[in-house]
Design a protein around this ligand. Structure first.
Ligand code: ADE
Length: 416
């Protein structure tokens, strides 16, 4: 097993990464204001934060902010294709320990998690819960020192809740994902834009006029469907949940099963958080040239073993585009190896959106460091969620109405 530890810095790579980080930083007013608010206090002094995140420029802004607030930060990438080497090099040049490499193997990926977990950590910032899961399986002796942490994503929270249900989660984890300032914007509009950004820059294809099949109408699916329609696509949604299915219908989408959608669709996008959503029986019925992409956390939604089994050969025909030449004579194209298409084929969510999510990560880590919570999965305290939203609105120059005393009384009363 190889660990992505580097001893010499590639200065040109680091320079490019630094420009990316500085570019992102200017559009992150929430992080900037949190830095300004806490800088003198140095609230993370003496704390050691282990992070497993998508290592691109916005994430670097978060990690650097945590350091500027006093933390020691050690980081690993949370997906082999989302790591941007130039950004990691810029962080290493600043003295941060960063264990990741774009295109790392699965073994390397886990070895990098181990490299982070060998440090003496007390706070975990996770995206997908791999760091939390690994510390519970392989570093049990370190569990008592962990104060807790925060989790970014739907899949990660689902895993943490399963750990809590099994009675093994040994420390408190705050679910950033379930805060309104997160899922209403990051999951919906962040994914909505970044998925299409990744697909369009990778394929150079037109979306207008296409039949787009969106599997899963959670917040991410809603955002992707919304933006697909705005780009001129016809959208078919597949769902398990009756309310979500009807919501998709009311939003102007068609609702079908994957079996029904398979022979019709031009572009298939999975955002369910589940596995085997697009399987052999679907792929075999797809049109020649169908495009497959995943935006769920793990690369298990488009079931690659079935794709391989149905294919006589696989060719990489463009960066991040693999053509599966099926034995039935058709080809289907898989983007970014079926990994998160917005990060594998793009830069992830827009900067202004990650500003909110990472503001919540920072506040949640701070909350963990200041409160002694029992093991379990916690929501972000509502006042923090609201405060982050207010900061964002202020930075956007948007003022809110205030209640007149008379209106407040009216809202609280019943006689009138
Ligand atoms: N950039 C950094 N983390 C991300 C995430 N979880 N989703 C999309 N873009 C990101």
């Amino acid at each position: 097993m190889e660990m992505t530890e580097k001893t010499t810095i590639d200065m040109e790579l680091a320079r490019r990464g630094r420009y990316k980080i500085e570019w992102a930083w200017q559009f992150m007013p929430v992080l900037q204001s949190l830095l300004a608010r806490y800088q003198d206090e140095q609230p993370f002094k003496g704390h050691s934060i282990g992070a497993c995140l998508h290592l691109e420029a916005k994430t670097a802004c978060l990690l650097e902010t945590l350091r500027k607030l006093g933390a020691t930060v050690v980081a690993a990438g949370s997906n082999p294709l989302s790591t941007q080497d130039d950004v990691c090099e810029a962080l290493r040049l600043e003295g941060m320990e960063v264990f990741s490499r774009h295109g790392m193997t699965t073994d390397e990926y886990f070895e990098n998690l181990h490299a982070v977990l060998r440090h003496d950590l007390d706070i975990i910032v996770d995206d997908g819960a791999d760091l939390v899961a690994t510390i519970h399986t392989d570093y049990k002796e370190k569990l008592p020192k962990i104060l807790g942490g925060s989790e970014e994503t739907t899949t990660g929270v689902k895993r943490l809740k399963a750990m809590a249900k099994d009675g093994i989660l040994a420390f408190p984890m705050i679910s950033v994902n379930d805060a309104k300032s997160k899922y209403l914007f990051d999951n919906r509009y962040g994914t909505g834009q970044s998925v299409w950004d990744g697909i369009m820059r990778t394929t150079n294809m037109l979306v207008a006029g296409k039949i787009v099949v969106v599997a899963g109408y959670g917040w991410c699916g809603r955002g992707v469907a919304l933006r697909a329609k705005a780009l001129g696509a016809r959208v078919i949604v597949t769902e398990l949940d009756p309310h979500r299915a009807f919501e998709a219908l009311m939003d102007g989408c068609e609702v079908k099963t994957m079996e029904q959608a398979a022979p019709i669709g031009d572009m298939f996008l999975t955002l369910t958080g589940n596995r085997k959503v697009i399987r052999g029986e679907h792929i075999a019925r797809m049109k020649d040239g169908a495009l497959l992409a995943n935006a769920g956390h793990f690369d298990v939604e488009v079931w690659k073993p079935d794709l391989c089994e149905l294919s006589e050969k696989v060719e990489t025909i463009r960066d991040n585009v693999e053509a599966y030449r099926l034995r039935n004579g058709n080809s289907v194209f898989l983007l970014g190896e079926g990994r998160l298409v917005n990060l594998a084929c793009g830069d992830g969510h827009p900067i202004e959106i990650m500003d909110l999510s990472f503001g919540m990560q920072l506040e949640s880590a701070l909350y963990i460091s200041r409160h002694s919570l029992k093991p379990g999965v916690y929501d972000v305290p509502e006042d923090l969620d609201l405060a982050i939203m207010r900061t964002k609105l202020e930075a956007s120059g948007i003022s809110l109405e205030t209640l007149l005393p008379e209106q407040e009384a009216y809202m609280k009363g019943w006689q009138e």
